[in-house]
Write a protein that binds this ligand. Structure first.
Ligand SMILES: C[S@@+](CC[C@H](N)C(=O)[O-])C[C@H]1O[C@@H](n2cnc3c(N)ncnc32)[C@H](O)[C@@H]1O
Length: 240
């Protein structure tokens, strides 16, 4: 067992107790089995230094670690977002969220990922998954820094699984705010392992309704932004 795994085990026991830790372990078994079932490659984590990006991007990025099948399915089932929508995973890694979202009737799922290495794996995973399942959901992978991704007006569900630091989170959420100003619509922001949830909340200001969920030891914060007067103008950029 590596030092990182030991540290994770300690953190898990401290935060979730024995039951939470056992559920987490079981969730990893499900994830491993899920890859075997669909012949995909999503399970193995990738350190920031191995993403194939420059030092400046590395300084703001988190490593690749996939969302887990059971907690994410529970979240999407609970939220019951109407079918036919477009979901964007900002920092999609190997595309796990896109593949799982396909089970929930999204018309199109778009993954934005800064790492060229992971983009290639994500594209292969999408192709393999489509071959296996014949899913009608369309997959798009865009290699880009999430800060530069041109948000489209048809995007209504945004997903983040602890992809980057607070500075990048703020810039990305501000861009979402600007896109809402361009085309008023209801949106959902699903944030897994939401360590910068306060940044999201402050950047969205009063316009969002926030809910917290924990499934099998995995925390999610969900922000629902309804179209309305609070979105009359995008919030001014902060000084940083
Ligand atoms: C914790 S992983 C989450 C992967 C995926 N969303 C999931 O839930 O399975 C975070 C991902 O964000 C990517 N990332 C980090 N900084 C980024 C940036 N500025 N723009 C786009 N992707 C970024 C990393 O390369 C990594 O793949």
């Amino acid at each position: 067992m590596t030092d990182t795994m030991l540290q994770q085990l300690r953190d898990s026991l401290r935060q979730g107790g024995l039951r939470g830790t056992l559920l987490r372990a079981l969730a990893y078994v499900v994830d491993y089995w899920w890859d075997l079932k669909y012949h995909t490659d999503t399970f193995a984590w990738v350190a920031v230094e191995r993403l194939g990006i420059d030092a400046q991007l590395q300084a703001h990025a988190q490593r690749y670690q996939p969302s887990q099948v059971v907690p994410l399915r529970r979240l999407l089932r609970t939220l019951d977002i109407p079918p036919g929508k477009v979901l964007v995973d900002l920092g999609c890694g190997k595309g796990k969220v896109l593949l799982l979202a396909a089970e929930f009737g999204f018309a199109e799922v778009r993954g934005v990922e800064v790492s060229p290495v992971l983009c290639e794996i994500a594209r292969n995973n999408c192709a393999t998954y489509r071959q296996k399942t014949n899913t009608p959901t369309q997959f798009v992978i865009v290699q880009a820094d999430a800060r530069q991704y041109p948000l489209a007006d048809d995007e209504e569900v945004f997903f983040l699984f602890n992809p980057f630091d607070a500075a990048v989170v703020e810039q990305v959420i501000r861009r979402i705010g600007t896109s809402l100003f361009r085309r008023k619509r209801k949106i959902w922001i699903l944030y897994g392992y939401p360590i910068h949830r306060a940044t999201v909340e402050e950047t969205l200001a009063a316009s969002a309704h926030r809910e917290e969920f924990t499934f099998w030891g995995q925390d999610f914060t969900v922000f629902v932004v309804e179209p309305g007067p609070a979105l009359e103008s995008p919030r001014a950029p902060s000084a940083s």
